[in-house]
Design a protein around this ligand. Sequence first.
Ligand SMILES: [Zn+2]
Ligand SMILES: [Zn+2]
Length: 346
Amino acid sequence: MKAAIQTGVRQFEVREVPDPILPDDGVILRVTACGVCGSDLRRWREGLPPGVDGIIPGHEIAGEVIAVGGGVSHLAVGDRLALAPDIHCGRCWYCQRGLFNLCDHTRLLGITPGYPGGFAEKLAVTGEVLANGIAHPIPAGLPDEIAALAEPCSSVLASHLKTNTSLNDVVVVIGAGPIGALLVMIAKVRGARALIVVRSERRRELIARFEPDAIIDSSREDMVARVRELTHGLGADIAICANPDASTQAAAVQMVRKGGKVVLFGGLPKANPTTTLDGNRIHYGEIEVLGAFSYHPTAHAMALDLFARGAIPIDRLITHRFSLDEIDAAFATANSGEGLKVIVTP
Ligand SMILES: [Zn+2]
Ligand SMILES: [Zn+2]
């Protein structure tokens, strides 16, 4: 089969590799769509971990079952599946409490060596993935490329669940990439007012299609002052930082009201993960600062259900599509920020 193998910094080789072997307790998937994630881009820019010379990335996966192992009775050839990367161990302190996203031994499709991802024609979905990973049937009528977006949507659903985003809450989303767009869509469907902070005119154009209640351009206006103005001086109920910029985390603490919530959704650069927040504001204002990372497997099923019901305008998220042979262009496009979600169709 053909696969796109990341071999170094900003480097892919598209080449023939042996077909995956059908596991007795798993299935073979013909990959039909795989999204380019911000974390894929980070590893593309930064290179592979030491000691790894190649990996097939891609973890926002949809495909069709083309072979079924003898020990699998609940899946059949022709079934369509959406996959997310996390495989939990089921045994650690966190897994024992159902906190699978915090598992001490998480392995990730398309990231952990030995766990190839979706930028390939085929993928073995092993018994380990079927038992402790995230694989859900794609609802009838839902296109595969949309089903692939259940993965990024899952972490967004988990974040809004954590803040209990509710009717009439004012939510500020800082960061206008695909995740920012999803954060706006889910805030709105939960009945909140969604304000979003963008940093360029191009982003403003792209994000406008999701009809946020206000778009704040931080390259031209002070985002904290603008949020206060839009909330009659009160401040926002919730601010979510969906970007790798520590200064926006400090701004988020300034723009929420007393008792408000700040969510650190995006990771910071590995080399410089320290952030400085106004501790007195957090203390006297009883502001909650929350981390949000990954999600419980149920969020993935919930995302597919939301898409199938047409509850959010998810189809507007995809701006570019590329074949496997065009993987370099797919990553360059996603990295340029000129579009939103880039999908590879092997
Ligand atoms: Zn991802
Ligand atoms: Zn575990």
